[in-house]
Design a protein around this ligand. Structure first.
Ligand code: SF4
Length: 365
């Protein structure tokens, strides 16, 4: 049975991190002389939506105390350009804080990548940071955030930062969720910690921070994500990415099958991007009656990729919806409307096909 620890964080983040590791059964994972890579979510878009520097520093110190021979913090941020990445890291104080404890930062974009070709559910070729693949222990530390495509973006999704920059968008083109699961089958993640000191709701970078004061830790990445998701109002089975990851053998997504150590799991409802769609897409009329989260996630994925090229103003999904005559219809639940409406088939529909249809592509015959 996978164990997940929930630990309160006070002013001493190092002590809280060490307790989280002990409760999660992570003591002893690092052997003397090991090379440890710490992978935060340092996206270069918003410091508020990033793993806290104090948590990363605490992880570095803990790894050193466990006997690591070398500790490296590695990240491949959103491809926003070198200047923005450097000013983001400088504003965070990352280089100085890591140098002070003898840890180096490696921008994965500049590092060597191992190439994988023609793998199921992945783009024709991807490159994964060699450091992440070949280190002795990878400590995966995302911040707890909601996400427009995946509902939550946590340990499983965080490994996308190990890719070469162009591979990240290519994941959206082939289908984000199955691609992320396939990536996780290639990248080991021995220790998984969700920084839930503050969680971001509403949007994964421009949202609001909600103080939770917690660290969630596990050897099992899917289990850590499942507990973090449950904590913000998504019980077992409600996050398609985690269900798919569990089906791929990556871990346990059913919270009731997990051993919870430390603090009790007390769920609270955060605002999800679906809730805040009206704020972000005020001109989009979404007729959603009974759609499951997989259809909603496909729409989010499509909206993200379509961006400013979107032409469609009305979307219908869910078996009980009655689509307006000019609505784009999503998913096989509404297949009886396919003859009369622009539509994207599938259950769930593919996010890439949704993006195409939102931009006015000719519907499938
Ligand atoms: S088409 Fe499939 S994914 Fe979409 S609402 Fe219906 S059952 Fe759910």
């Amino acid at each position: 049975m996978s164990r997940v620890s929930i630990s309160k964080v006070g002013t001493d983040v190092d002590a809280a991190f060490a307790l989280a590791m002990e409760r999660a059964g992570c003591v002893g994972v690092i052997k003397a002389g090991n090379r440890v890579v710490i992978k935060p979510n340092w996206n270069a878009c918003a410091i508020a939506g990033s793993t806290k520097l104090a948590v990363v520093v605490a992880a570095c110190r803990w790894a050193q105390a466990q006997g690591a021979g070398e500790v490296i913090v590695g990240e491949g941020p959103v491809p926003v350009g070198r200047e923005k990445i450097e000013s983001y890291l400088a504003a965070m104080g990352a280089h100085a804080a890591l140098a002070a404890i003898g840890v180096r930062f490696v921008l994965f974009d500049d590092a060597e990548h191992v190439l994988f070709r023609d793998r199921e559910n992945l783009p024709p070729e991807i490159g994964i940071a060699k450091l992440a693949l070949e280190c002795d222990v990878l400590i995966n530390i995302p911040i707890l955030k909601v996400h427009s495509c995946c509902l939550t973006t946590l340990c499983v999704k965080n490994l996308k930062g190990c890719l070469r920059p162009p591979d990240k968008m290519a994941f959206h083109r082939v289908g984000l969720l199955p691609a992320v699961v396939a990536l996780n089958r290639l990248v080991p993640s021995q220790i998984n910690v969700v920084d839930a000191i503050e969680a971001m709701e509403g949007d994964h970078n421009r949202g609001r921070l909600v103080p939770l004061g917690l660290l969630i830790a596990s050897r099992d990445r899917v289990a850590a994500d499942a507990v973090a998701s449950a904590l913000i109002g998504l019980p077992s089975g409600k996050v398609p990415l985690l269900k798919m990851a569990a089906e791929a053998g990556l871990g346990e997504h059913r919270v009731e099958k997990l051993e919870i150590a430390g603090e009790p799991l007390v769920p609270q409802r955060l605002e999800f991007p679906q809730d805040s769609l009206k704020r972000h897409y005020p001109d989009l009329d979404i007729q959603d009656d009974g759609a499951c989260s997989a259809c909603q996630a496909a729409l989010m994925d499509g909206l993200y990729v379509a961006g400013g090229n979107r032409k469609v103003k009305k979307v219908a999904m869910g078996a009980k919806s009655k689509p307006a005559e000019d609505a784009l219809v999503l998913g096989k639940c509404l297949s009886k409307h396919f003859a009369t409406h622009a539509h994207v088939p599938g259950c769930p529909p593919d996010g890439t096909a949704v993006a195409c249809a939102l931009q006015g592509c000719v519907p499938e015959a």
